[in-house]
Design a protein around this ligand. Structure first.
Ligand code: F3S
Length: 405
C-alpha cells in the first residue's frame, strides 16, 4: 500500500501507540485485499458485543492510549438495571463484562447509543459517503438502500477505522465491485415485512456466494422495516454485504445499470413454493410458548405501534420483551405505546441485545416466539427454541400463550 507521510507517521507511532496499533491492523487488511491506499471515513459503527474478545481488544487499544477520531455509534449490550428489576439478578460475570466494556468504549470516545439500527436513527449516512460499519443488518442497509459505501467490517476493524479515521480502499468502496453478478428473478409474491424475513433467508439457501446479487420482479418498495429484515436475514443466513433491487435501490434503476460492465454468472429463480418451503423449515410446528421476544434487529417505533395495537386492553400470558434503542423507547413513552404494552404486562427494554450471555439465562432450554429468524438462529446455541411467525401473529401468541398455526 502507498501511505501518505501522515499515515506513515501514524503507523510509526508519532500519534501514539494506540493509533499505531489500529493502523497496523488496517494496513495488514489493506495488503491482504491489495488496497492501493487508505481513504478517509466520515462515519463508523462498531458491533460491540460485550463478550471476552471484544473487551480484550477495546482495553488493549485503550491501554495504548487510543482515542476515536470518528466517534462510532455502537451495538446494544445489556440494560442490567432493567433486567435485575424485571427478570433476574444478572450473574456477576455478566455484570462485570458489561460494565467494563461500556467503560472501555466510553473512554475510547464512542457514542454510547447501544443500538443495532444506527442507519435509521443517529448515524444515517448519505449516498456515496465512505464509512466503516459493522453489524449484519447495518452493512447491507447502508450499502444497498442508501448507497453509502462500506466493506463488511468486523467490530474490531470498524473500531480501528474509528480510531484512525480511515479505511483501506478495497472491495465495496470501488464502483466495479458494487455491480451485480447474480441475477435473482423473484417470481414470488413478496409484500409484507415478514415476507422479506423469509426472502432474506431463502436466497442464501439457494446460493452462498459472496457476489453482489440484483433482485428483479419486486414491484413495490419495501418499508424501512422490510429492508431492515431483508438485510439482517441475507447477512445471517448468508454473507450478503450488498444487494440491488431493480427499479428500487439507488444504484439499480434497471437490471442493466446494476450489472454495468460485469457479467451475470448465475441466474436464480425464487418462486412462491421456494418461500413456502423456507417458511416451513424455519417456522416450526405450532405449540405452547414460554416467552416472546421482538427486536432483532431493534424494533422501530412503527413496529412498537403495531404491537401496541394488538395488545391494547389485553394481557400477555407469557413474558413479552420488546428490544429497541433508548430513543425509540422514549418515543414510545411519549406516544402512549409504552403504557399500553406495560398494562398488558410486556416490557420495552432499551440498549439490550438478544445475544449477550448470560442476559437471558432464565429462558435457556425453553420455547419462545419471535418474528426474526436471526433471533432464533443466534439462540439455538443456548438451547432456546423459537417458533417464528409474522409480527402480529407472534403478538397474538404472546397473548394466548400458544402458537396456533
Ligand atoms: Fe441487534 Fe443483537 Fe439482533 S445486535 S440484530 S439484537 S443479535
Amino acid at each position: 500500500m502507498k501511505l501518505t507521510n501522515y499515515e506513515q507517521d501514524v503507523l510509526n507511532g508519532k500519534y501514539g501507540e494506540g493509533a499505531a496499533m489500529a493502523m497496523e491492523i488496517q494496513v495488514a487488511i489493506g495488503e491482504t485485499f491489495d488496497a492501493p491506499r487508505m481513504v478517509p471515513v466520515t462515519r463508523t459503527h462498531v458491533a460491540l458485543s460485550a463478550q471476552d474478545a471484544d473487551l480484550w481488544f477495546a482495553e488493549k487499544l485503550l491501554s495504548k492510549g487510543a482515542k476515536c477520531k470518528i466517534p462510532p455509534t455502537i451495538n446494544p449490550s445489556i440494560c442490567i438495571k432493567y433486567l435485575n428489576e424485571h427478570l433476574h439478578e444478572v450473574p456477576d460475570e455478566g455484570k462485570n463484562i458489561v460494565f467494563a466494556t461500556n467503560e472501555a468504549y466510553r473512554k475510547l470516545g464512542a457514542q454510547l447509543t447501544f443500538d443495532c439500527t444506527p442507519y435509521l436513527q443517529q448515524n444515517v449516512p448519505a449516498y456515496g459517503e465512505v464509512i466503516a460499519f459493522s453489524e449484519s443488518s447495518a452493512t447491507p442497509y447502508v450499502n444497498s438502500v442508501i448507497g453509502a459505501r462500506t466493506n463488511r467490517e468486523g467490530a474490531n476493524s470498524a473500531l480501528c477505522a474509528a480510531i484512525t479515521g480511515m479505511v483501506p480502499e478495497y472491495g465495496l468502496l470501488f464502483d466495479e465491485n458494487r455491480k451485480a453478478e447474480i441475477l435473482v428473478d423473484v417470481q414470488a409474491d413478496v409484500k409484507t415485512d415478514f415476507d422479506y424475513q423469509i426472502l432474506g433467508w431463502c436466497y442464501p439457501e439457494k446460493y452462498k456466494g459472496l457476489e453482489v446479487p440484483v433482485f428483479k420482479g419486486i414491484k413495490e418498495r419495501p418499508t424501512p422495516e422490510g429492508f431492515m429484515n431483508f438485510g439482517a436475514q441475507l447477512n445471517t443466513s448468508g454473507c450478503v454485504s450488498m444487494y440491488h433491487i431493480a427499479g428500487i435501490t439507488p444504484e439499480a434503476p434497471t437490471v442493466e445499470a446494476a450489472v454495468g460492465s460485469k457479467k451475470i454468472k448465475r441466474e436464480i429463480v425464487i418462486t412462491d413454493k421456494d418461500l413456502q418451503d423456507t417458511r416451513e423449515r424455519l417456522c416450526n410446528e405450532p405449540g405452547t410458548i414460554d416467552f416472546a421476544m421482538f427486536g432483532c434487529p431493534h424494533i422501530t417505533i412503527r413496529q412498537v405501534g403495531i404491537i401496541a395495537k394488538v395488545c391494547e386492553g389485553r394481557k400477555f400470558k407469557v413474558d413479552t420483551w420488546l428490544l429497541t434503542s433508548s430513543l425509540t423507547r422514549e418515543l414510545a413513552d411519549r406516544m402512549g405505546y409504552l403504557s399500553i404494552i406495560q398494562r398488558a404486562g410486556g416490557h420495552i427494554i432499551a440498549d439490550t441485545c438478544i445475544d449477550v450471555p448470560p442476559c437471558w439465562k432464565p429462558y435457556y432450554g425453553s420455547v419462545g416466539v419471535t418474528d426474526s429468524p436471526k433471533c432464533a438462529y443466534y439462540n439455538e446455541i443456548r438451547g432456546i427454541k423459537f417458533l417464528i411467525r409474522p409480527l402480529e401473529e407472534a403478538v397474538e401468541a404472546a397473548i394466548s400463550g400458544k402458537v396456533v398455526k
